[in-house]
Structures are given as structure tokens and as C-alpha cells.
Design a protein around this ligand. Structure first.
Ligand code: NDP
Length: 402
């Protein structure tokens, strides 16, 4: 039995992971689950899966969880606080850790699992964008196994020769072709983007995902974060990554080799495929996913992304080229701006405006260690919030003068 810890179990990737694990109860044992504040959902998962440990980062939600469960907690030990996720990431009973927390909040637990030599399934792309070199160094030092869950990076991994080391490009790899659905506003005219709502941004045409990544897909920042993630995971430069808008989301990404071969991974757009791939690797296991019918799919289209309408992608490409702490700054400003958009304090084009303003004022710098990363993250969040307040003040002034 392989012991598994799922960090972010109440989220979209977390729930898909539990779904795959439940199909293989003879092979995997759920050791621990953790989330932020969704006590009701975590309580249901505890009752269904009876893990040895469960945690909520939010202390008051953890108290609510205790009340909800009462005697139902059974043999599950309940932990609380941000540090609890790091504790669960290194449990000796679990050799496999799914890092599926959203945002920078997942960084410490991802790093802890990497340092502890786990089989680390990384969905939490923000931790790689912020501190990819630190995560990869920890993986190589501890002998951990790093398996990407993002469908594009999982597709690329599947197209690489066996035995490649994280952060090292295999010989003969020429380029990576990263596909993007284009998001819900793929065909929306530029002038209509100022009026789009959070609900419309979260209604992704092909994937069912959490709210933050849904907005990132709508702005194409998701593809920008993935470009940075790909460079770190596969040891390539931003110039070696071509982004293709592929509205059907069937080709999950491709790898081009020096001999002209292009290898692709295809499948239905369902996160259970990369999750099952990484859980079973190097074996293949059932995922519960509907099999692909290419005749029904009919056609596969590809076109270039529009960085005029979606400037977030160009900002991420620039941050990727600049390297060092710039991706940290980009990520932090994006998280703050997306939260403001979801809270209706910023309009859709405002997301890119905030990120650009924060990047412009940043001096970058090298990633020394975790402290520098966390300092750049905190500083950029302050600047992004100031910028949003400034933008809403000037909008209010314009409104008053109108
Ligand atoms: P969701 O928003 O659906 O879920 C996020 C999870 O993280 C929840 O369990 C949430 O707990 C938990 N969480 C949030 N903040 C904290 C915190 N401070 N401490 C501890 N736990 C926290 O996100 P997704 O599942 O969509 O995405 C998760 C990650 O996977 C992201 O990095 C995303 O980019 C990546 N990803 C997602 C894909 C998808 O299809 N959804 C595809 C590829 C990558 P709670 O419910 O209590 O708030």
C-alpha cells in the first residue's frame, strides 16, 4: 500500500485526486488531507476516507471542524494552522504527496515534501514559479521524485525519454509547444473585456477548475505561469517554448526533437488523467476518464495567442526572460489582482495594469534562498494593493468629475 497525503484536498485537483485514489483502494491509502477553511467539505472527506491526519490552515475553521465532527473524528488526528501543512508534507507514513494548494500558500509545504524525499506530485504551479530552483535543488538533494500534474507539463513529461532529471533538458530536445485553450474570452473583442464579470471569467469552456486558475486562464496568465514552470521543470529557455491556442484542449502539449519528430500527449480534458498518470507512474492505472474519440472530436485547431488583448501573457514572458525574482513579483501581483477582480474591486483589464505597474517598479534580483523569495512576494503584494487602491481612487475622482 502506498501512503498518500493530499494538500488542498477540498479543491478541484484535490477532489479529483481523491476520486482516483478511491478507484484504487487496494493500492493507495489516504494518510492525510488538508485545506484552508472549508470545514464542511473536509469533514465529509474525513468521514468517507478516514485518513490518519487532517488539517485546516485557518485556526477558527479548524475549531468549526472539531465541532462538526465531534466523535466522528474517530481515529483522525486534527491539526490546525499554516504550519500544519508542512507537518503533513513530511509524514513518514506517506511516501507520496499531492501538492494541490492554490497560490503562494502552497510554497512551504511543497518545499517541505521535496526536502523530505517524497514522490511529489506538483499541481501548485505557483510554488514552482516562485521558487522553482529551490524546489528542484531540494528534489535532487533528497532523491525525491518530481511529477508534474499541470496537464501541459504532465503531457511534456510523458513525451520525454525515461530517466530525465528535473531541470535538465534531454539531449536533442529542440522546443516545447505549450497548448492553451484560450479561456472563456478567447473570441471576446478587446473593448468588451472591461465589462466581463468574475462569473463569466470562471466559466471555463473546457475545464472545471478553482476560481483563481480559472481567472488566470481567462487572462492567459495561466499560460505565462506555465511557461515559467516549463523552463524550470525541463531546463529550457523561454525562447524554446512556443504557445499555441488550441480551443479543443485535446492535445495537452508537444515536444519537438532535433530530428524533426514532434511527440504529443492527447486525451479528454479531465485532470484525472495527469493525476492517475503521476500516481501510477511508471505504471498506467485507470483514472475514470472518458476515452478520447478522435472521430467525434473531428478537428484540432491551433493559432497564435493574442498578447494585445491578453497582455498578462507578454508580462509573464518578460518576467521569464528576466528571471531571478521577477517571476516571484509577477506571481504575487497577479494573486492580489485576481483576488481584487474576484471581489469586484478591479476590472478585468486592471489585472494586467496592476501587474505591469508592480513589475516596472521592481528591481528583480537573484533568488538566494527562501527568505529572498518570501520578501519579494510580500513586498510585491503591498505594491499591488497600493496600486489597486490608487486605481479605484482615480476612478472615483473621474466618476465625481463626470
Ligand atoms: P481550488 O481553488 O479549487 O482549491 C484550492 C485548494 O487549496 C483548496 O483545498 C483550498 O482549501 C486550499 N487552500 C487555499 N489556500 C490555502 C491556504 N492558505 N492553506 C492551505 N490550503 C489552502 O484550486 P485548484 O484545485 O483549481 O488548483 C490548485 C492548484 O493546482 C493551483 O495551483 C492551480 O494552478 C493548479 N492546477 C489546477 C488545475 C485544475 O484543473 N483545477 C489544473 C492544473 C493546475 P479551502 O477549500 O479550504 O479554501
Amino acid at each position: 500500500m502506498i501512503g498518500v497525503t493530499v494538500l488542498g484536498s477540498t479543491g478541484s485537483v484535490g477532489e479529483n485526486t481523491l476520486d482516483v485514489l478511491a478507484r484504487h483502494a487496494d493500492r493507495f491509502r489516504l494518510v492525510a488531507i488538508a485545506a484552508n477553511r472549508n470545514a464542511a467539505k473536509l469533514a465529509r472527506q474525513i468521514v468517507e476516507f478516514r485518513p490518519a491526519y487532517a488539517a485546516l490552515a485557518d485556526e477558527s475553521a479548524a475549531q468549526e471542524l472539531r465541532t462538526l465532527l465531534g466523535a466522528e473524528a474517530g481515529g483522525t488526528r486534527l491539526l490546525a494552522g499554516a504550519g500544519a501543512l508542512e507537518e503533513l508534507a513530511v509524514l513518514p507514513e506517506a511516501t507520496c504527496v499531492m501538492a494541490a494548494v492554490v497560490g503562494a500558500a502552497g510554497l512551504r509545504s511543497t518545499l517541505a515534501a521535496a526536502r523530505a524525499g517524497k514522490r511529489l506530485l506538483v499541481a501548485n504551479k505557483e510554488s514552482l514559479v516562485m521558487a522553482g530552483p529551490l524546489v528542484i535543488a531540494a528534489v535532487n538533494a533528497s532523491g525525491a521524485t518530481l511529477l508534474p500534474i499541470d496537464s501541459e507539463h504532465n503531457a511534456i513529461f510523458q513525451c520525454l525519454p525515461p530517466g530525465v532529471k528535473p531541470g535538465v533538458a534531454p539531449a536533442g530536445l529542440r522546443r516545447v509547444l505549450l497548448t492553451a485553450s484560450g479561456g472563456p474570452f478567447r473570441d471576446t473583442p478587446a473593448e468588451a473585456l472591461a465589462a466581463v464579470t468574475p462569473e463569466a471569467a470562471c466559466a471555463h469552456p473546457n475545464w472545471v477548475m478553482g476560481r483563481k486558475i480559472s481567472v488566470d486562464s481567462a487572462t492567459l496568465m495561466n499560460k505565462g505561469l506555465e511557461l515559467i514552470e516549463a523552463c524550470l521543470l525541463f531546463g529550457i529557455t523561454p525562447a524554446q517554448v512556443q504557445i499555441l491556442v488550441h480551443p479543443q484542449s485535446i492535445v495537452h502539449s508537444l515536444v519537438e526533437y532535433a530530428d524533426g519528430s514532434v511527440l504529443a500527449q492527447l486525451g479528454a480534458p479531465d485532470m484525472r488523467t495527469p493525476i492517475a498518470h503521476a500516481l501510477g507512474w511508471p505504471e498506467r492505472i485507470d483514472s475514470g476518464v472518458q476515452f478520447l474519440d478522435l472521430l467525434q472530436a473531428g478537428r484540432l485547431d491551433f493559432r497564435p495567442p493574442d498578447t494585445e488583448r491578453f497582455p498578462c501573457l507578454a508580462l509573464a514572458q518578460a518576467a521569464a526572460r528576466a528571471g531571478g525574482l521577477y517571476p516571484v513579483v509577477l506571481n504575487a501581483a497577479n494573486e492580489v489582482a485576481v483576488e481584487a477582480f474576484l471581489g469586484r474591486r478591479l476590472n478585468f483589464p486592471g489585472i494586467a495594469e496592476v501587474i505591469e505597474a508592480v513589475l516596472e517598479r521592481s528591481t528583480g534580483g537573484a533568488i538566494g534562498g527562501l527568505e529572498e523569495v518570501l520578501a519579494a512576494d510580500a513586498d510585491s503584494r503591498v505594491r499591488a494593493r497600493e496600486r489597486i487602491v490608487g486605481m479605484s481612487r482615480s476612478a472615483a475622482v473621474r466618476g465625481a468629475h463626470a
